[in-house]
Write a protein that binds this ligand. Structure first.
Ligand code: ATP
Ligand code: MG
Length: 585
C-alpha cells in the first residue's frame, strides 16, 4: 500500500493506460476458462459416443480461432503495461536529477556519490518493475484465480474445489515469511552495491594519487573485499529467492493429488462425469501460474518498496538554503555589509567565522588574507548562499541576503573557486558556462583578461581543445585561468577570486590583476590570497585569524600598524628579491 501511495502521482497520470491493460487482462482470463470446458464436454461426448466429425471440426476451428484472438489481446496489454514501466523509469530519473541539482553542499556531505548512483540505476529499475511486472502479476493472480474458482464451483463441483484448496493458506503463510526475509536481504544488498559504486568512483577519479603513492594493489585488495561483499549479499538474496518456487510447487502438488484422488472418487460415485474431472484438473493447472506469480509479486513488491523507500528518503531531504518566502527586490548590489556575522558549517564543532563586520561599496576591491584555515574561503562562500546563514547579518544594498531572489543573486556573481572545477568539455564550452550565448568578442576579451591567449595559441585545436575529465590535460595555472575567464565572461557585478592565482607565476599574476583593475572599474571585486602583493592596491584589506578579523585597513595603514600583515609582506618581498638574485646568477 505504501508503495502505491508513494507512486500515486504516476498511477493517476497513467490511469487510462492501466485501465486498458487491466481490462484486457481480465478479458484474457475470461477467455482462458473456455477451452478446458470444451475439452471436458468433447470427452463426455466421446464416452457417450455422440460426437460427430462435423462437430469436432467446428470445435477445433473454434479453439484455434480463440487462441489467435487471445494472442492479439496479450500483445495489447504487454505493450501497454511495460510501456508504462519504461515511462516511469525515465520520469523517476529526471525527477531525481532535478532534485540533485537543487541540493546544497550539506546534502552531498550526507549522501555519497555511489549511493546516489545506485539510486539512479538499481532502485529506479526495481521501482519501475514493480509498477509494470508487479501490477501484471497482482492483477493476473486476483482475476485469474477468482475466475477459475467461480468456474469450478458453477460448472464442476464445490466440494472438490474446497478440498483441493485446503493447502492454499499454507502457501500464503510461506510466502509471507519468505517475503519479509527477502526485503531485508535486498536492502542489505542494495546498500552494499552503493558502497561498491562509491569505491569505484573514488578510485577511478583518484587514480593518479593512488598510482603516485603506489597504492594500486592495496586498493585492488580493498575493492575485492567490497565486490566480495556485494556477491555475498546477492547470493543471500538468491538463496531466499530460490526458496519461493519449490515451496509453491510442493503445495500445488499436494493440491493436485487431492484433486485427482477425491475427483476419481466422485466420478466413481457418479457425482462427476469423466469430462468434468478432466476439465477440473486443467483448471487446477491454471491456478499454478497465478500462485507462483503471486509469490513473485510479493518478491517484486518487497524489492520495489525497499527501493521506493530509499528514493523517497532522498526526495524528502530539503535543500537547507531555499528561496525566501518574502523576497525583497534589489536591482544592483550597491553595497555589501557584514554586520557581526558568525558562521558554523553544518555538523562542524566550532565556528569558522566569528563576529565579522565590514562594509564594501560598489566598485571597491576587498583583499582577504590570513593563515591557511583562517576562514577566507568561508567568508567568500557566504555570498554564494550555499549554507544557511544568520538572519540580517549580511546585507546587500541594505537588504538581507536571505531575502534576495537566488537566481538574481547568482546572476551578479562571478566565482573562481579555490579548487577549480572544470568539465570534460572543450575550453570554449567551459568558458561559455559563464554566460550562455556570449558573443565572440566577449569570449575574446575574457580570454585576454585571463592571460590565456598565448597558451591557447600553442594548442593544436585552440579553444576547441577538449581538456579531459576535471581538466587533466591542462596545467594547474591554465586551469585557474580558464576558471577566471569563465567568471569574468559575463562581466559580473561582483567578482570573487578565491586564491585564484596561486598556481601562476608572479609576472602573469600581476598582468591579470592589472587587467581586472582596468576592465572592472566601477565593479566590486573580492580577492582572497596568500600572495599579499595581489591585494596591495585593494580599498580594504582584512587579515583573518581563526575566523575573526585580526587587522584591517589599506596596505599603507596595515604597514604602518605593524602586525602579521607587515611581517608577511616583508618576508615575501625578501623571498622574491632572493629569487631574482638567483635568477640573475
Ligand atoms: P586556505 O588558505 O587554506 O584556503 P581558508 O582561510 O580559505 O584556508 P576556510 O576554507 O575558510 O579556510 O576554512 C576555515 C575553517 O573552516 C577551517 O578550520 C576548516 O577546517 C573549516 N571548514 C572549511 N570547510 C568546511 C566544511 N565544508 N565543513 C566543515 N568545516 C569546514
Ligand atoms: Mg581557502
Amino acid at each position: 500500500m505504501n508503495f502505491v501511495s508513494k507512486l500515486s502521482w504516476f498511477f493517476r497520470e497513467r490511469a487510462a493506460h492501466y485501465a486498458l491493460a487491466i481490462g484486457v487482462l481480465i478479458l484474457v482470463n475470461l477467455m482462458a476458462v473456455i477451452p478446458p470446458r470444451i475439452i471436458g464436454s468433447v470427452i463426455d461426448s466421446i464416452r457417450t459416443s455422440t460426437l460427430t466429425a462435423e462437430e469436432l471440426g467446428r470445435t477445433v476451428l473454434f479453439l484455434v480461432g480463440l487462441s489467435v484472438f487471445v494472442y492479439l489481446l496479450n500483445l495489447v496489454w504487454v505493450n501497454t503495461l511495460f510501456g508504462n514501466s519504461a515511462v516511469l523509469e525515465s520520469d523517476l530519473r529526471s525527477k531525481l536529477f532535478r532534485h540533485l541539482l537543487r541540493m546544497t553542499p550539506s546534502f552531498f556531505h550526507r549522501n555519497r556519490t555511489g549511493d546516489l548512483m545506485a539510486l539512479a540505476t538499481n532502485d529506479v529499475v526495481a521501482i519501475s518493475q514493480t509498477a509494470g511486472f508487479g501490477v501484471l502479476t497482482l492483477v493476473s493472480t486476483l482475476v485469474g484465480t477468482s475466475i477459475v474458482l467461480v468456474t469450478m464451483v458453477v460448472f464442476i463441483d464445490y466440494k472438490l474445489m474446497l478440498a483441493a484448496l485446503i493447502p492454499l493458506p499454507f502457501l500464503a503463510i510461506a510466502i509471507n515469511v519468505l517475503g519479509k526475509r527477502m526485503r531485508m536481504r535486498f536492502m542489505e544488498a542494495q546498500a552494499s552495491f552503493g558502497r561498491m559504486n562509491d569505491h569505484a568512483v573514488e578510485s577511478i577519479s583518484g587514480l593518479r594519487v593512488l598510482r603516485s603513492y603506489v597504492q594500486e594493489s592495496r586498493d585492488l585488495h580493498a575493492f575485492d573485499q567490497v565486490t566480495g561483499n556485494v556477491m555475498e549479499m546477492n547470493r543471500k538474496v538468491a538463496v531466499v529467492n530460490s526458496l519461493f518456487q519449490p515451496v509453491i510447487s510442493t503445495i500445488v502438488g499436494v493440491s493436485y493429488a487431492i484433486g485427482i484422488g477425491y475427483g476419481s472418487y466422485l466420478v466413481f460415485h457418479t457425482e462427476l462425469t469423466l469430462g468434468q474431472l478432466v476439465s477440473f484438473n486443467i483448471y487446477l493447472g491454471m491456478l499454478i501460474w497465478p500462485m507462483i506469480s503471486f509469490g513473485e509479486f510479493i518478491n517484486i513488491l518487497q524489492r520495489g518498496s525497499a527501493s521506493a523507500d530509499r528514493m523517497y528518503q532522498s526526495f524528502a531531504q530539503k535543500a537547507d538554503v531555499s528561496e525566501s518566502e518574502k523576497p525583497l527586490a534589489v536591482d544592483l548590489p550597491i553595497s555589501i555589509e557584514f554586520e557581526g556575522l558568525t558562521f558554523r558549517y553544518p555538523n562542524a564543532a566550532s565556528d569558522s567565522l566569528s563576529d565579522v563586520a565590514f562594509r564594501l561599496n560598489r566598485g571597491q576591491t576587498l583583499g582577504i588574507v590570513g593563515r591557511t584555515g583562517s576562514g577566507k574561503s568561508t567568508l567568500l562562500k557566504q555570498l554564494l548562499r550555499q549554507y544557511p546563514i544568520e538572519q540580517n547579518k549580511l546585507l546587500l544594498t541594505g537588504v538581507p541576503i536571505e531575502r534576495i531572489n537566488l537566481d538574481k543573486l547568482k546572476s551578479w556573481i562571478g566565482y573562481v573557486p579555490q579548487e577549480h572545477l572544470l568539465l570534460s568539455k572543450s575550453i570554449r564550452e567551459n568558458i561559455m558556462l559563464g554566460m550562455e550565448g556570449a558573443p565572440p568578442e566577449r569570449l575574446d576579451e575574457a580570454v585576454t583578461l585571463a592571460s590565456l591567449r598565448e597558451d591557447i595559441a600553442l594548442m593544436k585545436e585552440g579553444l576547441d581543445t577538449v581538456i579531459g575529465e576535471y581538466g587533466v590535460m591542462l596545467s594547474g595555472g591554465q586551469k585557474q585561468r580558464v576558471s577566471i575567464a569563465r567568471a569574468v565572461l559575463a562581466d559580473p557585478e561582483i567578482l570573487i577570486l578565491d586564491d585564484a592565482l596561486s598556481a601562476v607565476d608572479a609576472r602573469t599574476e600581476a598582468r591579470i590583476l592589472e587587467n581586472i583593475r582596468r576592465e572592472r572599474a566601477g565593479k566590486t571585486t573580492l580577492i582572497a590570497t596568500h600572495r599579499l602583493s595581489a591585494v596591495s592596491h585593494a580599498d580594504l584589506i582584512l587579515v583573518f585569524e581563526d575566523g575573526r578579523i585580526a587587522e584591517r585597513g589599506t596596505h599603507e595603514q596595515l604597514m604602518s600598524q605593524g602586525g602579521w600583515y607587515k611581517e608577511q609582506v616583508e618576508r615575501q618581498q625578501m623571498e622574491s628579491s632572493l629569487m631574482s638574485e638567483l635568477e640573475k646568477e
